[in-house]
Design a protein around this ligand. Structure first.
Ligand code: FAD
Ligand code: DLZ
Ligand code: SF4
Length: 525
């Protein structure tokens, strides 16, 4: 008898019905295989909410496929004899179903892609690894853009140029071949500070259903030692709820997304941000649909151009660019450390207990929600790690653990390239380093801080103020070669000797203080 059964292996961040591995799936002959595996859930100690979200979304996705008539072989982590990793789970499934062939979409992370290539050798059947059709730019598209001959001009691998190409290619916000409104980018309009009177729209909450509750029990039982709060849990976990949430965002928050994109406010973890990354990255939402709905809101007069262009730029610009950088630069990218930063990550990253209010707010919100918005990630947490010289490997691991949208392909270039300048300037043309005055301008955090943002030195001074100059001093050799840093490096050069000594003494005191104490897991109980 000729074997014709195809086993279609769907990973936890591939929950899209339109994904390449399911495109020509047939309910009569094929089996869809999905697995919750311990090795993946503990590859780093993921936030409890991230595991609960993903397992619940995976179980719902499997249920939808069954409703369509597919046979889905789904391994729950709490089931007896669940194999420990993808490779052994897949090998057993091939045997169980006597499959003739395995089809999967390429994993989003190099670690898993390399493992998948080794399964090819180990399995007795063919394994087809298909391109991920959910991204708008393929690997080849990105490489061809990055290496395109610019008529002898030096190639500038800046996101902005990639983004323009993506606008032309998708046709989003284009009128007769020209960018809508005449400009490609309205970012200059998107840096307003927040007025006190601002009213933030209330988000819809998705109460845990029976499936989510079962998963939450599993997570509480098996992953108790992981970071983060499991409850309250209100993430959408079904494709139809994710779509309803997208519609809510476009109608209620998108109109203000642009103006206050860079603002931060105590007690308002989301402001007008979309909180869509978790849903897009695991496949519940199509990035194209997000952009198309946003553009429609602009065309209907329901959202302004600066908001819609800003939102579309994040998705077809930054998100795609970041993925391109990951695959272009891996595997060496993981060990980038252009500024030779070696200080260990302070323990308050796990507790939120620090006298620096901006960090305490951003980390406490991260612990509760598995979310912080971009400016908190970049200009508070990332900025601190940059100017305090924290080891990029430790920072990467922390970011991969704590956010529900974190997968290595998107976390790593954001941390290594954007926040830490550890790639020497491939992603960012200059370091995103800032003193306390930036945080004070963009937030209301400083008003309730034990430190004084106006003081430059001494015990009460905002640590961002002296750490900023100390960072420039410690990295002078590298930074003075950066033409965008010319002005500020000139100021450092002109700084009086006594003032520089003050900066160094304040910084040393800070580095020796309890704020920088590392986390002792054994002492935490
Ligand atoms: P919004 O502000 O509403 O933006 C809309 C969408 O644009 C997002 O949902 C996301 O899909 C996309 N987007 C925006 N900026 C970026 C970016 N820089 N890279 C990729 N996509 C982007 N994003 C992740 O998805 N996963 C991560 O692990 C991650 N780690 C980060 C670490 C650091 C240090 C920094 C500075 C940024 C990181 N980002 C990461 C990018 C960005 O902060 C998040 O995508 C964003 O905060 C998610 O919230 P949102 O959905 O409300 O975004
Ligand atoms: C993040 C994650 C976790 C925590 N657990 C699983 C799992 O048990 N099964 C699974 O298929 N996927 C999981 N994921 C998502 C994977 O990490 C992600 O699909 C790969 O890393 C992609 O390369
Ligand atoms: Fe952060 Fe400094 Fe402001 Fe305190 S004073 S909240 S440490 S920026």
């Amino acid at each position: 008898m000729v074997k014709d059964k195809v086993l279609r292996f769907v990973l936890g961040d591939q929950l899209s019905r339109w994904i390449s591995s399911l495109e020509d799936a047939r309910p009569d002959t094929d089996v869809i295989f999905m697995a919750e595996v311990m090795a993946e859930a503990t590859s780093v100690k993921h936030h409890k909410k991230k595991i609960a979200f993903l397992f619940s979304a995976m179980r719902h996705f499997a249920e939808n496929l069954r409703d369509e008539g597919f046979t889905v072989d789904y391994l729950c982590l709490d089931a007896q004899n669940s194999p420990g990793d993808f490779g052994s789970a897949l090998a057993e499934a091939v045997e169980r179903h006597d499959a003739a062939r395995v089809v999967m979409t390429e994993p989003s992370e190099m670690r898993v892609l390399e493992a998948a290539e080794s399964w090819r050798e180990e399995l007795d059947v063919d394994l087809d690894i298909l391109a991920d059709n959910r991204f708008l730019a393929s690997h080849e598209d990105f490489v061809s853009w990055a290496t395109k001959d610019d008529g002898g001009q030096p190639k500038s691998l800046r996101m902005e140029y990639f983004y323009r190409e993506m606008r032309r290619r998708t046709g989003y916000l284009m009128d007769d071949g020209e960018p809508t409104g005449g400009e490609w980018n309205y970012d200059a309009e998107n840096r307003k500070s927040l007025p006190d009177s601002i009213k933030v729209p209330k988000r819809p909450e998705f109460a845990p259903d029976e499936t989510t509750r079962a998963v939450m029990e599993l997570v509480a039982d098996r992953f108790d030692g992981h970071f983060g709060d499991l409850e309250p849990f209100d993430y959408p976990v079904k494709a139809k709820d994710a779509k309803a949430y997208l519609d809510w965002f476009v109608a209620e928050a998108l109109p203000c997304f642009g103006d206050w994109q860079d603002a931060m406010k105590q007690g308002e973890p989301l402001l007008f941000h979309s909180h869509l990354s978790t849903l897009i990255n695991c496949g519940l939402l199509d990035p194209r649909e997000c952009c198309e709905k946003a553009e429609q809101a602009y065309r209907d007069g329901d959202a302004p151009l600066n908001a819609v262009e800003g939102f579309i730029r994040q998705i077809i610009g930054w998100r795609e660019f970041i993925r391109g950088v990951y695959w272009l630069k891996m595997p060496d990218y993981a060990n980038s450390n252009a500024l030779e930063a070696t200080r260990p990550l302070p323990g308050f990253f796990w507790t939120g207990e620090t006298a620096m209010n901006c960090l305490s707010q951003a980390i406490s919100e991260t612990r509760s929600n598995a979310y912080a918005h971009h400016i908190q990630r970049l200009m508070v947490i990332g900025n601190f790690c940059l100017i305090a010289g924290i080891d990029p490997r430790e920072v990467q691991e922390w970011f991969l653990i704590v956010y529900s949208d974190a997968y290595e392909w998107v976390e790593m270039p954001n941390v290594v390239g954007m926040a830490l300048f550890a790639d020497g300037g491939f992603v960012a043309s200059k370091p995103y380093a800032a003193s306390g005055s930036y945080i004070n301008k963009m937030s209301d955090y400083c008003g309730s801080c034990r430190f004084d943002v106006k003081q430059k030195s001494g015990e009460k001074a905002c640590p961002f103020n002296y750490l900023y100059w100390n960072f420039l001093y410690e990295n002078e050799k590298v930074l003075k070669k950066n033409h965008r840093m010319g002005l500020i490096m000139g100021s450092l050069g002109k700084m009086k000797k006594e003032r520089l000594e003050e900066v160094r003494t304040d910084s040393e005191r800070f580095f020796d203080s309890s704020e920088m104490r590392v986390w002792d897991e054994s002492a935490s109980g």
